[in-house]
Design a protein around this ligand. Sequence first.
Ligand code: GDD
Ligand code: MG
Length: 350
Amino acid sequence: NNYCVIMAGGIGSRFWPMSTQKFPKQFHDILGTGRTMIQQTFDRISQIIPTENIYIITNREYVELTKQQLPEVPSENIVGEPAMKNTSACNLYMAKKIENVNPDANIIVMPADHLILKEKTFLEKVELALDITTKNDYLITLGITPTRPDTGYGYIQFIQEKNENYSKVKTFTEKPDLEIAKSFIESGDFLWNAGIFIWSAKSILASFKKFLPEMTNQFNTCEYNCEAEKECINTIYPTVSKISIDNGILEKANNVYVIPANLGWSDLGTWTSVYTNADKNDDNNAINSKNVLTYNSNGNVIRIKNQNKAAVIDGLKDYIIVDTEKALLICPRENDQLIKDYVLDLKNLK
Ligand code: GDD
Ligand code: MG
């Protein structure tokens, strides 16, 4: 009865020029491990979920790319959305499809672009969560011990219970501002939402009905896993509201539970997080190609798409250097949040 949904519809513009709208980050081998982010996500979960129960939900633009990178997954499980509507719509869509196949389904929802170093712990926590959602009407998230007041995450305050390896969530705050994030970190009783969810199709559909009733009505007009599905989805998507599952459901529901998990987790959101997690040479440079020579340079993350192209870097410290056929980026690591803006400015050049 266990299924997995991999969400892979994001654009990853902070990873320009490696990540582009045509070829976003989840389809790249950002860490230089030989497998792309989405392939690593698939490899991880396919250890406990049969391939035929693994679904990918992405934009239609990326369906072919997904099929190429995951030839093992049945092509009907690679589902394309006609528009970017954030994560409520894609989760409702997948819950409807999976419930139609198996009304007793449990679903693990995972982003396609996270790094998890402690795979064994991750799989144990997921199995624990599946066991809980089989017996209870709970929405479960995995919680990470926070290390800084990052405003890009959801924060979870939980009710400490004795002798349990999971806890009831008291408050869920999606992407607080910096002051609030700081106070959460100082108080010490918050976890980050890892963005990995485990629930039964029944429980999540009941929550959608309660908190996003209009969206639920829209999706209820369609039939699933048949000829008519695609056309009906095309009809409803333009009018479906654009809201994340965190804001739409998790902040509001009172049956959310958290499993604290030490997973060696990173959401690899920036080049700096890639630098932190990638293999580095003796000079502390993270380089993906043998044809790069560095002198007096350290702390750099260097990604050269064409591995036959030689490069020499002299005198750079703590930089991001990314070279593709289309573009070249040279930027201090501390400015990695600005890359989104560079991409916008470049659009205005044209
Ligand atoms: N199919 C589909 N359609 N996937 C989408 C869409 C969409 O419209 N929008 C986003 N995704 C995918 C992204 O590719 C990513 O894998 C995942 O859904 C989460 O979306 P993000 O846009 O990366 O969310 P976030 O990082 O801002 O926030 C979420 O993750 C944090 C942890 O990394 C939240 O769940 C936070 O609470 C959480 O802390
Ligand atoms: Mg993310």
